[in-house]
Ligand binder design. Sequence first.
Ligand code: GDP
Length: 296
Amino acid sequence: MFGLRKTLGSLFHSQRADEAWFDALEESLILSDVGLRTTEQLITKLRKAAKSEKVPNAEALQALLIQEVSSLLEVLEPTPNPLYMHDQKTIPEVWLVIGVNGAGKTTTIGKICNLFQSQGKSVLLAAGDTFRAAARHQLQEWGLRNQVDVITQDGGDTAAVAHDAIHSAISRKSDILIIDTAGRLATQDHLMEELKKVKRVIAKALPGAPHQTLLVLDGNTGQNGLSQVKAFHEALGLTGLIVTKLDGTAKGGVICALAQTFQNSSKPAVFALGKGEGIEDLVPFTAKQYSAELFS
Ligand code: GDP
């Protein structure tokens, strides 16, 4: 369960939406990372509706809030969602997965590997985080759990692993190749250059690849998460996002802030949400459902 349920408490069940009610709602929206601008716009709309007597009580305002946020979030909905409505055009299809350390990248790769397999696809994994032996071992564990092979190299860099993995995927006729990458944030410029090189090497090994460049983002990182998406998108042209750790948090508003920021520009779509550490804890993102969960 994520959302503001805990912080809002009985707010939506109270009869009257008075000044104190609006103040409490405003504070909760800000605390959940919805962002100042979006919060102000939402509160203004709700106040207007309350004044016009069209929406007189808290419960009706809750419905209006859900509706407003849902239409704000629609710009982030993928149509169709390449994780769930899989119309595969090339074999192998290459998914490059990036994100800062700790965001949940490796876990998410384990989950999407399982998801593709459940759709009857053959999957190959590549352990591109060559800086951390632990990351490689962790991916190998997910490989074991999913019963898929993991391409690794002793030494070498991410680009070399990716190159190797593409040739393996081609010769094995794997449907999907998922490439993990390093995610050290301390040296962001270096990381971006490294990842750009990885993309170039992948495109050279298989024209048209990577077919998806997916950023895994910790849903609790607030403003910092927003800057991460901007920086990665500018440098690498993201096609998709998976937002993790949305279970048991009062946060999760960062997706609203993303929608507001990217409203009129090129943006990655939100493919799915991570809601736990288990292999099945991944749900498709839809604006309507997310908004309803956030404010119910
Ligand atoms: P990486 O460094 O980006 O590869 O991150 P990991 O996949 O190792 O995940 C870091 C930690 O977050 C691990 O303890 C994971 O079990 C945990 N984690 C990943 N996704 C989720 C999620 O959706 N919900 C929760 N609660 N924990 C998660």
